[in-house]
Design a protein around this ligand. Structure first.
Ligand SMILES: [Zn+2]
Length: 827
């Protein structure tokens, strides 16, 4: 794992040495300035000593180097499922594992950073001479490595938490266990007591986090920034145990930083938001990126009074006026999550509210809970995660079908959201609850993000971003997408991937559950559900087939690290394979293969018992990080009869997760869904259109001959299939296309349908439709990327001109990956 990192390559480095120091809480204090497009921040970290150092004895003060050597032998990825809680379990299971990951120790990490610093080095003022050149400092000082990129770090200091009034009660109440004895000094002992307070004292904990974050400093710390990291040390301190456990960093973001995008909303007003960049939040605040660093946070954000600050926080913040024209917003979370899930959106958003006389949407009544006696038994089991005020343990939370929700949008999309999003959310939330049980999060904000957002949706704790592309064309696309994002609350957020290369765990589940939730939300009959799901399977199968044919083989593997998945280096650092590859963002291979795997398991096991297993999985693993096998072993254990049929974890790895191309079982399954009635109906319509096209071509001179053909009304997904089938036709005359558009009112359909319509326009150089293509590239940027490529391949001057024109208009606000992919197509 200790291979050289090249930041120009496609792999994403996770540098933080979480095995040495592990962040438990962030206190953020941010000033957001739209004029300069800079966020000025003060961040306070509260640390625990990392897992590798908590069990060592306090007598070996003199030998830090030998301590490093010793810890190197320990395997990096703890075999236990609860990496942060149960340390005794971790260290005991580590013993038998003789897998040595590194053997190079600290020096190696600093060398690498030195190589990367790329002229961007900045140093702590008092000692810049000492720490500018880390490679040569030759000391054995402990280095705290944080993930950080495109930030100007101004100052780093130790926080004197002991100066907080009344705080010593934590230290005094500390039982003199081995752990507290080791902590050595009072400040670290106080932080230790604070971060380990029991869950029912969360309010007190938050209060003291605030107080401590405001405590005076007690000495500046030396620091160096490199391209991907911020390294901090304290002269003479050579173990993580003795390193300050509360530190404060003053920093500024850069306008070009890639964690947030500064843009304008659809009403032309300025805004800034985290757009799910591959580098996550490291250009927004220094942090520990590895998912194992599950932490809580609280944040105070100050900005001009006309802006609304939305954030992944469990409270719906009410702004407080600080001075004329400046409002302050305060958010917090009590459930520890990876720093990458922190999300913020600041803009002139308006809250979309129900009209006073609109009847409440039915949510509670018509659903019968599927929870069986077995489900209830899991409820009584204790949770497996670190302590936090968990909703699964809260009887009132467990009964909440629909959590409180709000919808925010730019002014010009308010009406659209009122009719659509606001109505759909309770139905989708309720359907999710009926399927999986307790909502892991206490509330939800849904925001319609600016048009440069590069995906249809994104889920974060307490907040979902939706693209404006889900709004037009009825409720199907919007509802299905909402269901997908809501499913991420369980799969992706409450249960996270321990290794980010296993993206399929969150995306595969969300795609599979999207269909289940959406069918329930629409209250479809059994037959309707079956039909729609098979139609969807066919569309996804076609998409997967195309992607597998047209993408790099190595990007098609769901578990690229195979048996090494989840491993990190001795320090906790690792790289995420292909994590920075621009084109990967637009591939759906991971969604689709994951979906088909879960679907095939459901078919083997039967949907009802399969869903019961999913609920059990949620109960067992919420609040924790998982690998593929955690789910697969649990599922197969529950269904012993599957062993006879040859379904094993190894065969699933082999057939589905570790290989490129179309999964073998999926090929064998054939195209059974073609018999589905909704699909057959489309086939009939396709035939009619081909005949119509032939007739139009023959009769092109006899004008105005009335067509007798009657076309059937089709569902949005059927329309997608129809247009895709027609895309396979060599020639369609302009009059056929015109007739097609009129028959289905294609311009008013949802973005998935309009995308295929635009492809038809481009393929057949249907000039009257060029306006539709232009509109699509402008308004549906989340989906339009590949349309640029299609405009270029025909080598048609008019089409290329259209592509250049649209790119020129959109480029400035496009995110880096989209712009890069499009530029490669165009130039
Ligand atoms: Zn829990």
């Amino acid at each position: 794992m200790e291979k050289q990192l090249d930041p120009m390559k496609d792999d994403l480095p996770l540098m933080a040495n979480t095995s040495h120091m592990l962040v438990k809480h962030y206190t953020l204090d941010l000033d957001v300035d739209f004029k300069s497009q800079i966020i000025e921040g003060i961040i306070v970290f509260f640390f625990e000593t990392g897992s590798r150092y908590r069990k060592t004895s306090s007598t070996d003060e003199e030998g830090c180097q030998s301590q490093f050597d010793e810890t190197c032998k320990i395997r990096a990825s703890e075999p236990c499922h609860i990496p942060v809680t149960d340390l005794s379990a971790c260290s005991s299971t580590m013993e038998y594992n003789d897998f040595a990951v590194c053997g190079k120790g600290e020096k190696d990490t600093s060398d690498k950073n030195g190589n990367h610093s790329n002229g961007e080095q900045a140093s702590g003022i008092p000692s810049s001479k000492n720490c500018c050149d880390i490679e040569n400092h030759g000391s054995t000082d402990f280095l705290l490595v944080l993930d950080c990129c495109d930030l100007s770090v101004l100052k780093v200091e130790e926080v004197d938490v002991a100066a907080v009034a009344d705080i010593e009660k934590f230290a005094r109440s500390a039982k003199l266990t081995d752990a507290s004895e080791e902590l050595g000094n009072l400040r670290n002992q106080i932080v230790h007591e604070l971060v380990t307070l029991p869950a029912d004292r969360w309010k007190e904990q938050l209060y003291y986090y605030t107080r401590c974050s405001q405590a005076p400093g007690c000495g500046e710390l030396l620091f160096t920034t490199g391209t991907w990291s911020l390294e901090i040390r304290k002269l003479g301190i050579c173990t993580p145990r003795d390193f300050p456990h509360a530190i404060r960093i003053w920093y500024k973001t850069k306008p070009e930083g890639r964690s947030v995008t500064w843009t304008t909303d659809q009403s032309g007003r300025p805004c800034v938001y985290t757009m799910g960049s591959p580098i996550n939040n490291r250009a927004l605040f220094p942090c520990q990126e590895p998912p194992v660093a599950l932490s809580t946070w609280q944040a105070t954000v100050r900005t001009a009074a006309r802006f609304v600050v939305l954030m992944s926080g469990e409270n719906s913040a009410e702004p407080v006026q600080l001075q004329e024209g400046i409002l302050s917003w305060y958010y917090y979370v009590t459930m520890p999550m990876p720093a990458s899930t922190f999300t913020i959106a600041i803009g002139c958003w308006e809250e979309v509210k129900q009209q006073p006389f609109t009847a409440d949407v039915q949510t509670n009544s018509d659903f019968s809970l599927p929870f069986s006696q077995a489900d209830l038994r899991w409820h009584e089991e204790r949770c497996g995660h670190v302590e936090y005020p968990c909703r699964f343990q809260n009887p009132a939370a467990r009964l909440q079908t629909v959590i409180p929700y709000r919808v925010f949008a730019p002014w010009c999309l308010m009406e659209n959201c009122k009719e659509l999003v606001l109505q759909l959310i309770p139905q989708c939330l309720s359907a999710a609850y009926t399927t999986l049980g307790t909502h892991p999060f206490s509330r939800l904000d849904v925001l319609i993000v600016p048009s440069n957002f590069s995906s249809l949706g994104m889920a974060s704790p307490h907040i979902i971003f939706l693209s404006q592309s889900v709004l037009p064309g009825g409720q199907h696309l919007c509802g299905a997408r909402l269901c997908h994002e809501i499913a991420h609350a369980w799969f992706g957020l409450a249960i996270g991937a321990r290794d980010w290369t296993e993206e399929w765990i969150s995306e595969g589940f969300a795609t599979y559950l999207e269909d289940i939730f959406w069918a329930r939300a629409q209250q479809l009959s059994h037959d309707e559900v079956k039909g729609q799901q098979e139609l969807k399977a066919l569309l996804r199968w076609r998409r997967l087939r195309d992607e597998v044919q047209n993408s790099e083989e190595e990007l098609q593997v769901l578990r690229p690290n195979k048996e090494n998945t989840g491993e990190v280096s001795e320090s906790g650092a690792s790289v995420v394979k292909h994590g920075l590859k621009a084109e990967k963002i637009f591939l759906q291979v991971h969604y689709l293969k994951g979906y088909f795997l879960l679907r095939s398991l459901a078919r083997a096991i039967g949907e009802a018992s399969y869903l019961a297993s999913l609920r059990k999985f949620v109960h067992k693993f919420h609040g924790q990080l998982v690998l593929s096998q955690d789910f697969l072993y649990m599922l197969l254990e529950d269904i012993p009869e599957q062993k006879e049929s040859g379904l094993t974890v190894e065969s699933i790895f082999q057939n589905w997760l570790d290989t490129s191309g179309m999964p073998k079982p999926l090929l064998e399954e054939g195209e059974t869904w073609k018999e589905c009635q909704l699909v057959q109906q489309v086939s009939g319509e396709v035939t009619k259109w081909i005949q119509t096209n032939q007739r139009i071509r023959k009769n092109s001179k006899k004008k105005r001959k009335q067509d007798e053909v009657i076309f059937q009304k089709l569902l949005p997904d059927q329309l997608v299939l129809l247009l895709e089938s027609l895309l396979e036709e060599k020639t369609l005359c302009p009059r056929t296309l015109q007739c097609l558009e009129k028959t289905y009112k294609l311009r008013e359909q949802d973005a998935e349908v309009r995308h295929r319509w635009c492809e038809l326009i481009v393929k057949h150089k249907y000039v009257p439709g060029y306006g539709d293509v232009e509109k699509f590239l402008r308004e549906d940027q989340a989906m339009g990327v590949y349309l640029y490529g299609e405009l270029m391949v025909n080598e048609d001057a008019k089409q290329q001109e259209l592509a250049y024109k649209c790119f020129a208009a959109a480029q400035e606000h496009m995110d880096v990956s989209s712009a890069k992919v499009v530029a490669e197509m165009l130039f």
